[in-house]
Design a protein around this ligand. Structure first.
Ligand SMILES: C[S@@+](CC[C@H](N)C(=O)[O-])C[C@H]1O[C@@H](n2cnc3c(N)ncnc32)[C@H](O)[C@@H]1O
Length: 284
């Protein structure tokens, strides 16, 4: 985050970064789009200011004045954040965020980029069926963007042990699942899943044919992934893309910018992404 913001970074308060500039950092989990800094005289007046703007607020735990923040919070309407059940859509109600920067200084934003508290999606997890926790990344993208339709033809590259293939199979997609390692045997894969034991980079798009969605969670340099995406784009054989960019240290911010040059695409740091970003191009 610090590297991405560079000279635009003004202040850091724990996980909250204040920056200048008309851009949205891709490593941010939640962007406060209309921040306001106010000085307040009492706990009641701070709560009143927030209530006057809108109903729903989430306190971002700051580095200071925790007791005062909690007293303000008690004077705001209570929100029960329920765990998200896939595939229910993301909440529509606007959720504002606020924090105390000092005893009498409050920073708040009614408009935020994420409808989830602090941008973190807490799913009701399935700890039994999927063979890896990676399925949570697809669930998150699908509720934020859109779902592949039942019967859609999808390609899952770097699929093993099969978390993403499991999600796609459950959705009723025709899945071409590709990995150099085998899919988990513990999962009763449906007949819709066709496994190809090969390198994603050795696949000829023309041999695979048209796919509605191309997924890649392959462990590889992002430069190599970009080449693969460009091959598929120029072949005109894939409509939608969801790909994980896996970074080594130091982070290659330049390649992230190259991905963003692909018109209509976006990059996100999902709740379950570690030193990775998820690139999407959703066109249908
Ligand atoms: C992070 S795991 C994928 C997890 C998977 N998406 C899931 O949900 O379970 C990365 C996978 O990339 C595979 N991989 C690495 N190089 C590959 C290549 N050249 N072609 C295909 N798969 C590759 C690895 O075998 C590994 O299974």
């Amino acid at each position: 985050m610090i590297e991405e913001l560079g000279e635009n970074l003004r202040e850091r308060h724990g996980r909250l970064f204040l920056y200048e500039g008309d851009f949205e950092p891709v490593w941010a989990q939640n962007i406060w789009r209309a921040p306001k800094l106010i000085e307040f005289t009492s706990i009641a007046s701070a709560a009143k200011e927030l209530r006057a703007v809108q109903r729903n607020w989430k306190l971002h735990p700051g580095l200071t004045s925790h007791r005062r923040a909690s007293l303000i919070e008690q004077q705001l309407p209570t929100i029960r954040f329920k765990a998200q059940v896939f595939p229910a859509p993301a909440p529509r109600a606007s959720l504002g965020a606020w924090t105390l920067l000092d005893t009498n200084k409050m920073l708040y934003s009614a408009e935020c980029s994420s409808p989830f508290p602090d941008g973190e999606v807490g799913f009701v997890e399935n700890k039994v069926e999927p063979p890896s926790r990676a399925y949570l990344k697809l669930w998150e993208i699908f509720i934020l963007e859109s779902l592949p339709a039942k019967g859609a033809r999808v390609l899952d590259l770097g699929s093993s042990p099969g978390g993403w293939t499991w999600v796609l199979d459950q959705l009723g997609c025709e899945v071409v699942s590709v990995d150099k390692a085998a899919l988990a045997q513990s999962v009763p894969w449906s007949k819709r899943v066709k496994f190809i034991n090969e390198s994603a980079f050795a696949l000829d798009p023309k041999a695979v044919g048209k796919v509605d969605w191309l997924f890649s969670d392959v462990i590889c340099y992002p430069e190599r992934l970009l080449q693969l995406v460009q091959n598929w784009l120029s072949a005109g054989l894939a409509t939608n893309f969801v790909c994980t960019l896996k970074f080594q240290a130091p982070t290659n911010h330049e390649i992230a910018r190259e991905f963003l040059k692909i018109a209509g695409s976006r990059l996100r740091h999902l709740t379950c992404n570690r030193h990775e970003l998820t690139w999407t191009l959703i066109r249908s």
